[in-house]
Each structure stands twice: as C-alpha cells, then as structure tokens.
Design a protein around this ligand. Structure first.
Ligand SMILES: [Fe+2]
Length: 310
C-alpha cells in the first residue's frame, strides 16, 4: 500500500499542521495533490461550519459586492468542507480559474506562474477547531472562502493573470543578469515589490464602494472574523488611497492586525496598477526598493532562477 493511500489514515482528519497525509506528501516532494475528501473528520466539517456561519453578517456588512456575488455563484455548502471539484464546476465556466489542491507552501514563482495559467494553488487542510481566530498558515477557509469568490469576477481574475505575467517578466529580467551576486540582489528587490503589492491588494486590499464607503476585497480580511471589522471600523488603522510608490517600499508583518491599508477605486484601477508595476520593473525602478519584510527564502529564489521563461 502506498504511503499516500488514504486507507492508512482513517478518521485522522485534515487539520492544519496535524495531517499525516499532508506531511507524507510534502516529504515525498508532491506539491500538487488530490483532495482526499474522505479524510476530513466531523471536527473538520464542524470547524468549517462555524467559520462560515459567523462570517455571514460580517461579509454582508463589509465585503465588496463582487465578493458577495462571487460567494453566491460558487454555491458553497455552509455545513461541509467544500470539494474542489464542486467549486471548479461553478468557477471555471465564469473566468477559467480553477482551484488546485497543494500540499503546503508553494515557492513564490511557481505560485505566481499558476495565476498566469488561471490556477489557484489551494490549501486543503482546515484550521484546528480550537483556534478558529488565528493561524499563521493559510487553510481551506482562507483559500476557498477568502480568495476564490473573488476569482468569479472577470476583471479581478484578469488582474491576477496580469500579475502572473509580471512575475514572468521578473524571472526573464533576472535570468539575463550574468553576475550571480547582482542577480540575486536584483531578484530580491523585485520580489519584495511584487510580494508587497500582492499583500496590500489581493490579501489586504480595500475598495471605495458606490457611495464612498470602504469595502473589503482582500482575502486575508475576508477570511478573518476579527480583522474584517477592525480594518473598516478601527480609528487606529491608517487607510489611504493606494500609491504604488508607497506600496512597493512598505514592509509588512504577518503576525498581527494590519495597521496600514490601501484603497483602490475599482478592479480596473487595480489592473492598471499591475501594468504600471511591470513598466517600473522594466525601467529598473524596482531594483532598489526599501529593505525589510518580506524576505525571500532560498526556495523562493530558486523558483525564479529555475523558471522557464521562453
Ligand atoms: Fe492568501
């Protein structure tokens, strides 16, 4: 029997950091996996049910209309962890995007390149029922309830693809640099700019609503019961119209609520910003952005240097 045979793990669940099936897939180097649906425990389904139920009024109140339309188009079951297959049946006809199960962290370039192909690397584990509020790792609630509803919107989906293309341009630019030290230095700077942009938009973005009110489209906020309200209501949060030159030079920390958020006008606006980001990259403006988070792991560096860019 193969080690990934799900019959080996009856009732063990697919809980974040506690799923032997995932550990083994990772140790074998399997990045793309199947979603072994029968492994979800009743506790996993209960965690999903609670997470989904308590977000309802928060989404109605704080989320952008595009998200609310998206979540209804996906027909997610409030009671059970979603099957990716079912999600894709509703999603793919709308924008061509598909959620694809992965065993954990996806090296940066591989992640961005998936977006270019309209694939979204999706975590399949569920957070522990005893820590619904905070976890540093993504889980299926963050990925499917936070990210994927946005992928039903055509302009947002096109923006993700455009972002993947910008990452592809980055890989091409750094591959042409002959001096290995300079190559890595440039790569780290361009990566910082890309990752900061992704963070302050796709993960934590705010948008100006129809009547001037602030709405949420960032997935980190859409999947957090506490932070979605904090992001919109707290007087301590700095909320500013997005400025690309600021975003690419702004470090961030992932272990607390975000004190600084940026507002876009629309997804057309967001799309144009990705165009501008790529133009600045080509002009060399991203070669020396401000130091600080995020740092780039060896694995992330390799993913860019080994990318096929032809
Ligand atoms: Fe995310």
């Amino acid at each position: 029997m193969a080690l990934t045979d799900t019959r080996l793990y009856p009732g063990m669940g697919l809980t974040t950091t506690k799923a032997p099936f995932i550990e083994i897939a990772r140790s074998r180097g399997d990045l793309y996996i199947e979603q072994p649906y029968e492994l979800y425990s009743e506790e996993n389904h209960e965690a999903w049910r609670r997470l989904y139920a308590r977000m309802q009024e928060r989404w109605q109140r704080y989320a952008t209309d595009k998200f609310l339309e998206g979540i209804s188009k996906l027909c997610l079951d409030p009671e059970r962890v979603p099957r990716l297959e079912d999600v894709n049946r509703f999603l793919a006809p709308l924008t061509g995007f598909k959620a694809r199960a992965v065993s954990g962290y996806v090296p940066a370039y591989i992640f961005f390149d998936c977006l270019r192909r309209r694939e979204f690397p999706t975590t399949i584990t569920v957070r522990d029922i005893n820590s619904l509020d905070y976890l540093p790792e993504p889980d299926i609630f963050h990925d499917i309830a936070g990210h994927v509803p946005m992928h039903t919107d055509k302009r947002f989906a096109d923006t993700l693809v455009r972002f993947g293309e910008a990452a592809h341009t980055a890989a091409r630019i750094v591959k042409e640099i002959k001096d290995p030290d300079l190559q890595v230095r440039r790569l780290i700077s361009i990566f910082r700019a890309l990752a900061r942009f992704f963070w302050f938009t796709i993960e934590f973005g705010l948008m100006r609503g129809k009547n001037g009110e602030i709405k949420v489209y960032g997935s980190g906020l859409l999947s957090s019961y506490g932070e979605i309200a904090h992001a919109v209501e707290s007087p301590e949060v700095q909320r500013y119209p997005i400025q690309l030159e600021w975003v690419i030079n702004q470090y961030f920390e992932i272990d607390h609520y975000q004190p600084l958020l940026f507002i876009v006008d629309s997804f057309d606006h967001l799309f144009d910003l990705v165009d501008q980001l790529e133009r600045w990259m080509l002009e060399g403006k991203l070669n020396n952005v401000a130091p600080g988070e995020p740092n780039m792991s060896e694995e992330d560096i390799r993913s860019f240097l080994e990318a096929s860019v032809d």
